[in-house]
Design a protein around this ligand. Structure first.
Ligand SMILES: [Zn+2]
Length: 345
């Protein structure tokens, strides 16, 4: 489970809570129905911090009703007028089966899994300036990726104690060769990697358009050349009667994936962080040597990886760990309330 198996049963809701006050005082003040929080409290501060200034955290798996109860109780204010609960971060974990009726799902890295580093981008990608005024690139993969995997090369995977689904920082999907047949059965092609035969890259051809509603937001300067602004994923939430409630909103896509398409990248890249210039500085369309511009590839941001629920379920059935699945809204579709009812900000 530590690798975020797609196939765990039931939507899990985890809360990361930050309380104000000493653990001693907090433990005494929980009502009976929230007494289970006492065992999970961890004080972040030592005795050098006055009790009223201390912060305690707890990371708990709860039901939506319990989450509601915690936030409601946490709005109570201490003698200093501040709420007992400073913040509550919601983390929802879904299973592929629960989202089987969805039009499309998002695949994200499981919390315990890191993105594999990829080297040699100047070999794997052909880059061209896509704008004269900013450092946006048009990128085409022309060769195999070279990921740095912490395992001996050319050894078949014998056990499943490590994640078999890896997502690079650019949104490329790398999967254990054991899963090749699962992807191919969904109509997807795989391509080899440099330096290993135990993993393959899954070829993503299709594109899906994210709708410009939260969490898709612009943040940063608009380029006067191409008119594009950097896109970010906004964290959802806000103050709810003094308690900061954070929960990650789901993407909205303009259209479901076309029939037969199991995997797609968002048209938009999230997190562009390269330079935007005051005037024209690049010959638009000219090739860029990524070896001479370290960091420029990473600064382009990443595609969001979207999948058909059928692919997510097939990976879940194959007990493939490393990714988690999230709901995705569809524009114009009747609003489906995926989120627990608790504590809407
Ligand atoms: Zn531009």
């Amino acid at each position: 489970m530590a690798w975020g198996l797609l196939g765990a049963s039931g939507m899990d809701l985890w809360l990361t809570l930050r309380f104000r006050g000493s653990s001693l005082v907090l433990r005494r003040s929980f009502p009976p129905e929230l007494a289970f929080l006492a065992r999970q409290l961890r004080s972040l501060d030592g005795p050098e911090v006055p009790p009223a200034e201390r912060i305690c955290t707890a990371h708990v798996r709860v039901t939506p009703e319990q989450a509601d109860g915690i936030v409601t109780w946490g709005r109570m204010r201490g003698v200093d007028g501040r709420t007992l609960l400073a913040s509550a971060t919601f983390d929802e974990r879904w299973t592929s089966r629960e989202l089987l009726d969805a039009a499309v799902v998002e695949l994200v890295r499981a919390p315990a899994v890191e993105a594999p580093a990829v080297v040699g981008r100047s070999q794997s990608h052909l880059a061209r300036w896509s704008c004269s005024h900013c450092d946006r690139l048009r990128l085409d993969q022309v060769g195999p990726l070279e990921p740095v995997l912490d395992e001996p090369a050319d050894v078949e995977l014998l056990h499943r104690a490590r994640p078999e689904l890896l997502l690079t920082d650019a949104g490329e999907l790398i999967a254990s060769s054991r899963l090749r047949a699962v992807f191919e059965a969904q109509g997807l092609a795989t391509r080899p990697l440099v330096g290993t035969r135990s993993f393959h890259q899954i070829h993503v051809v299709a594109r899906a358009r994210l709708v410009t509603v939260p969490p898709l937001e612009t943040h940063g300067p608009v380029c006067s050349g191409c008119g594009l602004a950097p896109l970010v994923r906004a964290e959802g939430g806000g103050l709810s009667d003094g308690v900061l409630v954070l929960r990650r909103p789901h993407w909205t896509v303009a259209r479901p994936l076309p029939p037969g398409v199991a995997l797609a990248w968002s048209e938009q890249r999230i997190g562009f962080a390269a330079a935007v210039h005051g005037g024209p500085v690049h010959p638009m369309g000219a090739p860029v040597d990524l070896a001479l511009h370290p960091g420029l590839f990473a600064a382009q941001g990443a595609h969001v990886l979207l999948a058909s629920p059928a692919l997510a379920c097939a990976l879940s059935d194959a007990q493939a760990g490393g990714l988690e699945v999230r709901p995705v809204h569809r524009a114009g579709a009747a609003a489906v309330e995926h989120a627990p009812r608790a504590a809407s900000a």
